[in-house]
Design a protein around this ligand. Sequence first.
Ligand SMILES: O=C(CO)[C@H](O)[C@H](O)COP(=O)(O)O
Ligand SMILES: [Co+2]
Length: 219
Amino acid sequence: MRSFQLAPSLLSCDFTRLGEELAAIDAAGATYAHIDVMDGAFVPNISFGLPILAAARRASSLFLDVHLMIQAPERYLEDFVHAGADGITVHVEATPHVHRAVQVIKSLGKRVGVTLNPGTPLEAIRPVLADVDLVLIMSVNPGFGGQRFIESSLERVRTVRAWLDALGSSAELEVDGGVSPHNARALVEAGATVLVAGSSVFGPDGPEAGVRRLRESVL
Ligand SMILES: O=C(CO)[C@H](O)[C@H](O)COP(=O)(O)O
Ligand SMILES: [Co+2]
């Protein structure tokens, strides 16, 4: 089985206890914290922005994996880097300048990711595939946590895995949305290397149990 990392999404955490939630996922063995930034324009929801990212940075040394669901993300890339992002992922649908955004994130010395909505043809990422360190396959329509996994995403993961292997790329292949113990193993078998999970990690029995259940479901 391919090795994989878990990236708990803070979207589902208790923000009154942000530092403790970060410490709990760190202790449970997660290596990334996934940070969902939503602007109410690119997606129909507003989550949080730079101050929460900066607070997470002060509270934790986990890799902060920032998923920008905002229009024209190129306007804010430097700001997100200054606030503490270790990696930034941009949507191809959010800007006509995705190539430029990728180059800017690289020039800022951060891990660069590209992503796309479930309804966007995979071909849209091909022009930047060789330039990125991470491809994120959205397995829900972005905007909200706790949605149901879209089954056809599995085939999209297989396709991008084949493209990356054909390129000889070591880019991470991340999946985000509705990831749970029911589908985690199939996603890793399909070629995913990073699984984002919000509602299935920050559940009623706490993030340690959530991380453990996901890990055990893949082993
Ligand atoms: O990008 C996202 C939504 O747009 C979130 O990362 C994602 O939905 C995680 O939450 P869950 O695991 O509950 O689906
Ligand atoms: Co996300």
